[in-house]
Structure formats: structure tokens, C-alpha cells
Design a protein around this ligand. Structure first.
Ligand SMILES: [Zn+2]
Length: 468
């Protein structure tokens, strides 16, 4: 029996906080009230804050192998660097899935959306390796294999020049067949592994790929994911290729829905924002990545005012370069204060926490099951030690958690009622062994610039009106 009762824990209420008991039977919250009978194991919640687990709503786990390494470049050149590195092995994908999940859990996350970069010609093994990692550690995982059917060089507009492109190495049909196989083999929500369809974005995918993914999503009831208008270049490209915005393009295809989540959304017009609101699509805000790659500041305050659901994420660890969700929530909340003098629109710490929890859950069509502290919901819970030095002295716990710089504050975490973190340590895997493997399979390195980046740089600078 894994039932447990958390005693005397602090939880937020509409106005302030209360100290209460929380009872968990099997995988669900069965009671929240003071002085409950102790069912199962007793967990002392004294001086601890209990919150619903957050969603790390967009990342690329295997980028962990390159974190801290890629020089300051905008997305298009950064991608050229990323793809110029030697291919990973499935074993490395497994290890970086564990690492990504571990950092997510230790910064308040209980669900991760992994827009998983596939090793060419080992696509199925890549997914299997990530599934293995996430199952072992026990985080709730949405694995969204990153697919495209156009070559990387087509991600930059021609801007009146004539450009030649090599075809992408895998056909659209093969990619869709691969996705069908992945779904049949690995989509298993009961075990905490969900597969999502996720063309990388309109800049590198054909109509046929999006349409094929929509059919799979409808057939198997899967979430839909994509990057959307991360950079100015992508905004220009959509106009050049489709004669409309990328949002209008996706709406015309029918890709936008209440189970569609869209990473970045930096370069949207007011009309685009209305479309996202009407289609109940979710924006996934990756503030650190947007800053690191110079992509811009997503108009998150406008999204909130228009009623668009917004979730937080870290994005891959080579454009961040960590998987600290609390950091993403902090920066993603206060960054927008500089975009609007009306401080009444600014994101409060409590709103930030809600965006990260119920906002994340909504984007994954799971708001009925996770994302808030309510009886009947699944026990995806995180407890924070309020006696940690970084959370003292005692003021507003959520204010400290979001606006401060909390370190090592997660004391306990449960996913689906199963304990994953206890006394500040991940207990489902051998973390020391993971550290040793991450160390062994890497080496101290410095930045380098690939030939591929050099080849693309001239055209990029032309398109962006930058001096030669
Ligand atoms: Zn991404």
C-alpha cells in the first residue's frame, strides 16, 4: 500500500494560507482537512508548503549533452550548431531523460513534455530510451518525437534570392508511419507515458505532415504540440511561404485546438492572439530560451488578457542552459513588467504558480486530473521545505518561492501517488550512478563553430538586414 497522509502542511487558500492534512489513497487525493485520521504512512508536513506539481511544458531532453556549450547565436544559427555535433547514442538519450526529469522534479515539476530530438536511423530506439528513463524515474512524461520533413536550411526565407535545398532525408510518409508505430508501442497514459504529435513547426514541415499528425491525434486522442513563431525569421518565412501568419496557417489546417500547445509564440499579431483564444490553444512560455537566443519577449500579458492559457517551460538545456522550472517561472513572470507600465497586468507569484500547474495541465488536456490541490485529483504533489535558508525568514511562502532564488527546496514529490523525492533526494533511481555516467560519457569542451553555421550565416545576415 502506498497510501499516505500528510499532516500539518501549509497550503494556499484564496486569501493567504492554511495548515491542514492531506490524505492520499492509491493515486488520488481523497481528503484535504485538518485533523484527518492517519491512513497509510504518516508524512510530517510541518513548516512545509504543499503545491500541485508543475508542468515543464516544453523541453528537448537530449540537449543536456550540449548545455553551456553553444555560443551566443540566434535560433537559426544555434540550430545549425546543434545539428553539427556528433550523434548521441540511445544510452545517452536515456541518461539525459533521467537528468532532465531529475532537475524538473527538484524544481517543482511532476510532468515533462519532451519534444524529443530523434537520432537519425535510430528513431524508434531514441523513443524507447526516453520512455525507459521516464518510467524508471517515475515522472509523468509526454514524449513528442520532434519530426520535420523539410531540411534545416528551409527555415530561413529566401528573401528574393534563389536558394537550393537538399531534400530532407526521411519522407513524410515514412515519418507518419514511424509516428503510428511509436503510438502503438509506447502510448500508455495509465503508466504515465503519453505520446504527443509534434511537427517541429510550420517553418520546417509540410501541410501533409501536419495533416497526418492531426489524423493520428484524432484517432488516438493525443495532444498536439509544435514550436510557433519563435523568431522574427519565422514570422518573415510564414509570410513568404504561406502569404499569411503561421497562426492563420495552422488554423486553416485545423491544427489548433484545446489540446494543442505551442512553444514560444513570440512574434504574434493581435489577430493571431484572438485566434489562439478562440481555438483554446495553449501558449508555452520559455523565457530563458527566448532571452538566450535573442528571440524576443513573448507578449504574455496580452495572452492573459485575451484569455489564452499560458504554461511555463525550460526549453532544451542547450538554449537555457538548465532545467530549473522555478527559475523559468520567476523570469517568465517578472520579464513582462518591462512590457507594460500598467502594473495591474503584471503576473503575481500566485498567478505564476497557477500558470505552471493548472495552466500546464490544461495545455495537456489533463486539467480534470492534475494541476490543483483538490479531492479526486491525482496525487502529483510537491512539498517545499520552508526552513531552507533560501526561503527564510518567514514571509509569503509563494512569494519567496517565485521571486526568491530557492535552492534545494523540494523536500518531497509524488507522481500519481508514488513518492519520487524524499527528504530532498530522488529515490527512484541511483542519482550518484547517473552523475557518474553523465561525467563518464562527456568531456570538458569549449565552443566551436561548425562549417554548417558558417555556410548559413551570410544568408541569415542578409535576411535580417545585418552588416556583412
Ligand atoms: Zn524547443
Amino acid at each position: 500500500m502506498s497510501d499516505f497522509t500528510i499532516q500539518n502542511v501549509i497550503i494556499p487558500q484564496t486569501d493567504g494560507y492554511t495548515t491542514t492534512d492531506v490524505q492520499i489513497v492509491d493515486d488520488k487525493i481523497t481528503a484535504i482537512a485538518p485533523h484527518l485520521d492517519i491512513i497509510g504512512r504518516l508524512v510530517n508536513g510541518e513548516n512545509q508548503l504543499l503545491l500541485p506539481g508543475f508542468v515543464n511544458a516544453h523541453t528537448h531532453s537530449s540537449e543536456m549533452w550540449l548545455r553551456g556549450l553553444i555560443p551566443p547565436f540566434p535560433l537559426e544559427l544555434w540550430l545549425a550548431e546543434l545539428y553539427a555535433f556528433p550523434l548521441l547514442t540511445p544510452e545517452q538519450v536515456y541518461l539525459s531523460a533521467l537528468g532532465t526529469a531529475g532537475e524538473t522534479l527538484l524544481s517543482g515539476g511532476t510532468t515533462v513534455v519532451d519534444h524529443l530530438v530523434l537520432i537519425p536511423n535510430q528513431e524508434l530506439d531514441t523513443v524507447a530510451a526516453a520512455v525507459r528513463g521516464y518510467k524508471e524515474i517515475g515522472i509523468r512524461a509526454f514524449i513528442a518525437p520532434l519530426i520535420q520533413d523539410l531540411p534545416l536550411s528551409m527555415g530561413i526565407p529566401a528573401a528574393g534570392t534563389s536558394q537550393t535545398h537538399k531534400p530532407f532525408f526521411r519522407s513524410t510518409d515514412e515519418t507518419l508511419e514511424f509516428m503510428a508505430t511509436v503510438i502503438q508501442q509506447f502510448h500508455d497514459p495509465e503508466s504515465g507515458i503519453h505520446i504527443a504529435v509534434a511537427p517541429t513547426g510550420p517553418q520546417l514541415c509540410t501541410d501533409a505532415l501536419f495533416t497526418g499528425c492531426m489524423e493520428l491525434s484524432d484517432k488516438y486522442n493525443l495532444c498536439r504540440h509544435s514550436h510557433l513563431l519563435e523568431t522574427k525569421v519565422q514570422q518573415k518565412l510564414a509570410q513568404e511561404r504561406y502569404g499569411c501568419s503561421a497562426v492563420e496557417y495552422l488554423q486553416n489546417l485545423g491544427y489548433l485546438s484545446d489540446r494543442t500547445s505551442l512553444a514560444h509564440c513570440v512574434w504574434l499579431s493581435d489577430k493571431d492572439i484572438t485566434i489562439l483564444a478562440q481555438t483554446q490553444s495553449t501558449v508555452v512560455h520559455n523565457p530563458l530560451s527566448n532571452l538566450r537566443l535573442g528571440s524576443g519577449i513573448a507578449p504574455v500579458l496580452k495572452y492573459r488578457q485575451a484569455g489564452v492559457n499560458v504554461a511555463f517551460a525550460c526549453d532544451g538545456a542547450s538554449s537555457n542552459d538548465s532545467q530549473d522550472l522555478l527559475e523559468a517561472i520567476k523570469i517568465g513572470s517578472i520579464l513582462h513588467n518591462v512590457t507594460d507600465f500598467d502594473y495591474r497586468h503584471w503576473i503575481t507569484p500566485r498567478q505564476g504558480v497557477e500558470m505552471a500547474s493548472i495552466g500546464g495541465a490544461k495545455g495537456l488536456n489533463m486539467a480534470d486530473e492534475v494541476g490543483s490541490l483538490e479531492v479526486g485529483k491525482k496525487a502529483d504533489l510537491v512539498m517545499y521545505n520552508l526552513k531552507n535558508l533560501s526561503l527564510l525568514p518567514r514571509t509569503d511562502p509563494i512569494g519567496l518561492l517565485v521571486l526568491g532564488r530557492p535552492g534545494n527546496v523540494v523536500s518531497n514529490a509524488w507522481v500519481n501517488g508514488k513518492q519520487i523525492v524524499a527528504d530532498g533526494e530522488i529515490v527512484t533511481i541511483d542519482v550518484r550512478e547517473l552523475q557518474q555516467e553523465l561525467f563518464n560519457q562527456s568531456q570538458w569542451s569549449i565552443k566551436h563553430q561548425s562549417q554548417f553555421t558558417k555556410d548559413m550565416e551570410g544568408h541569415y545576415r542578409f535576411v535580417m538586414d545585418l552588416p556583412k
